[in-house]
Design a protein around this ligand. Structure first.
Ligand SMILES: [Fe+2]
Ligand SMILES: [Fe+2]
Length: 210
């Protein structure tokens, strides 16, 4: 089953849709907290502050969208209110761990340098994913004439991707592309596993309905 089809089925069911929005909100919030955690205490710049603030806004905005759906309630990020809770919670942490491992072995980085380089690569890979995922989601929402919309997120994620490209070029120099490709390959593996969990869950729901 392709992603558009999966999303169409999720959007058609308010309960599933609310949990999807809550899941995205939780992942955005994890991203915001990771950016904040990677900030150097005294030398953090405007760009990094902006990025952390915008990811936190995405978490808030997505959660707020749930109110547009009828009879749904996802008060917290506890498993009962998420889709594929285990994989959704683990996605960012696994990405972080695997990118750090790569940076340690490939570049021998450690300490503050490792922290910053990991922030660049992890965030870059997520921005590439966000730039693919949100437009597809918006298309499905438009098609379904849903009151929910994520257009403002799409605009900000496009800005983030451009900013990450500039920062990676400054930090890694000409080698940035090879590192970026590696980070995207790691992310793709984790994303596909996450998607498999979502699809499996939907099959269970379909089986229940029959
Ligand atoms: Fe975001
Ligand atoms: Fe972003």
């Amino acid at each position: 089953m392709e992603f558009t089809h999966l999303l169409t089925n999720i959007v058609a069911d308010d309960t599933l849709h609310a949990r999807w929005l809550n899941t995205l909100s939780m992942m955005e919030n994890t991203g915001a907290r990771k950016i904040s955690a990677a900030e150097p205490k005294t030398t953090v710049d405007l760009l990094m502050l902006k990025h952390a603030a915008e990811e936190a806004r995405h978490a808030y905005y997505l959660k707020k969208q749930i109110q547009k759906l009828t009879k749904t309630d996802c008060p917290t990020y506890e498993p009962a209110y998420l889709l594929a809770p285990t994989d959704s919670h683990a996605y960012l942490n696994r990405l972080d761990v695997q990118v750090c491992r790569y940076l340690k072995t490939a570049l021998g980085l450690s300490g503050a340098e490792l922290k910053y380089a990991a922030y660049l690569l992890v965030t870059y890979a997520i921005e590439v994913r966000a730039d693919e995922l949100y437009p597809v989601y918006q298309e499905v929402l438009t098609e379904a004439r849903s009151k929910v919309n994520v257009r403002s997120i799409i605009v900000e994620e496009e800005g983030h991707l451009a900013e990450m490209l500039r920062q990676m070029d400054t930090f890694f120099g000409d080698a940035w592309q090879a590192h970026a490709e590696r980070a995207v390959a790691i992310e793709t593996g984790l994303y596909n596993a996450w998607l498999d969990s979502l699809m499996a869950l939907e099959k269970i729901d379909a089986a229940k309905a029959n």
